[in-house]
Design a binder for this molecule. Structure first.
Ligand code: NDP
Length: 335
């Protein structure tokens, strides 16, 4: 069983030297446990937060332990009556090839149906990132049909699910993404009404001008994934009583400062701004997963994936995710 451990904490930007690849015996099972062979590992921006020991909403990843991570795979051995060899499952197996899971603990492992939804999608559109988009859109932004809603990191795992959900609610959906290829894909494949390439609008003034053109009726809802000057540019275009779901601020995860130029707009436009962590809202997961699975099965949500090959490739792929090198959900294929 090959594993990647967090070896030391980043000082500034994360690097591959923060990780260590080791090999160990495949774990022997105890009663109630199942052995899962991971097919895919999910790489997610939140992992950067766990690598640091600064104050956050959850405890840091301990040094010398397997990096935390979502996984999908197949049961290869079972000592639990509800799981059989061959079952496809999703869990939090971490950056390793196998995991022994205590299947009697609720929520640690769930069976997934791959009849209409590919296994890997349970780490993206029909998994945690999809539910994240669902929660921010429905529970915080709560848009009315015809309203204009915006999302940053528009073509990523969360952003692409957000577009499909917001279109289904009759919104005008505008994305912000990095590069012409991502923006073309956002409009042609993800059904965004428009997508703005922030790389060609590298400051508040030019980006807010582009937003004015793309959102002629102003912005009623914003799903924040990035932070920094992108947030400032959006604030300038918000309508009175707009709602902002603060999901992530990836532009600051490697230690960059995220100053806000126009905080007075929060008052002037009477904005509702609410941060959230999707794992604290488990009550909405069944409904959200149901809706996301249906959108995929109907062809209305066609998520894209960037797949790194083999566990060794995980650290490099993870650092790439923090720099926008991924195009769609970033995965590592392990088998
Ligand atoms: P993505 O698949 O969207 O990948 C990250 C993307 O962020 C990159 O592809 C890149 O897209 C963009 N990005 C990276 N660095 C920067 C930067 N400096 N400035 C602007 N954009 C940047 O990741 P996810 O969909 O998994 O996650 C999106 C956000 O949602 C993250 O902030 C994450 O932390 C957050 N999140 C929060 C959760 C919660 O419970 N609150 C749960 C899950 C995710 P581009 O090339 O377009 O810039």
């Amino acid at each position: 069983n090959r594993q990647i451990l967090l070896d030391n904490r980043p000082d500034g930007e994360a690097t591959t030297s923060n990780f260590k690849l080791v090999a160990s015996e495949t774990p022997a099972l105890q009663d109630g446990q199942v052995l899962v062979r991971h097919h895919y590992l999910s790489l997610d921006p939140y992992m950067r937060g766990r690598m640091s020991d600064s104050k956050s909403y959850s405890a840091p990843q301990p040094l010398g332990e397997v990096m935390i991570g979502g996984t999908v795979g197949e049961v290869v051995e079972s000592r639990h009556p509800k799981f059989a060899v061959g079952d496809k499952v999703a869990g939090m197996g971490g950056w390793q090839e196998y995991s022994a899971v205590d299947a009697s603990q609720p929520g640690l492992l769930r069976k997934v149906d791959t009849t209409h939804v590919p296994l890997s999608f349970y780490l993206g559109a029909v998994g945690m990132p999809g539910v994240t988009a669902w929660y921010g859109l429905n529970e915080i932004i709560a848009p009315k049909s015809g309203e204009t809603v915006v999302v940053s990191a528009a073509t990523g795992a969360v952003g692409s699910s957000y577009a499909a959900l917001a279109k289904a609610r009759g919104c005008r959906v505008v994305g912000i993404a990095g590069g012409p290829e991502k923006c073309k894909y956002a409009v042609e494949e993800l059904h965004f009404d428009e997508c703005i390439d922030y790389r060609t609008h590298p400051d508040v003034k030019t980006l807010s001008k582009a937003l004015k053109q793309a959102c002629p009726d102003g912005i009623d809802g914003y799903f924040e994934n990035v932070g920094g000057y992108i947030l400032d540019a959006v604030l300038l275009r918000t309508n009175a009583f707009a709602r902002i779901a603060v999901c992530g601020m990836i532009a600051g995860y490697d230690g960059q400062p995220l100053p806000l130029q126009n905080p007075s707009l929060i008052l002037i436009n009477r904005l509702k701004i609410e941060g959230f962590i999707v794992s604290e809202h488990m009550n909405v997961w069944p409904q959200a997963l149901q809706e996301l699975g249906t959108l995929v099965a109907q062809g209305k949500l066609k998520p894209r994936e960037t797949v790194a090959q083999g566990l060794d490739a995980a650290p490099e792929a993870f650092l790439g995710l923090l720099k926008g090198k991924n195009f769609g959900k970033q995965l590592v294929k392990l088998i």
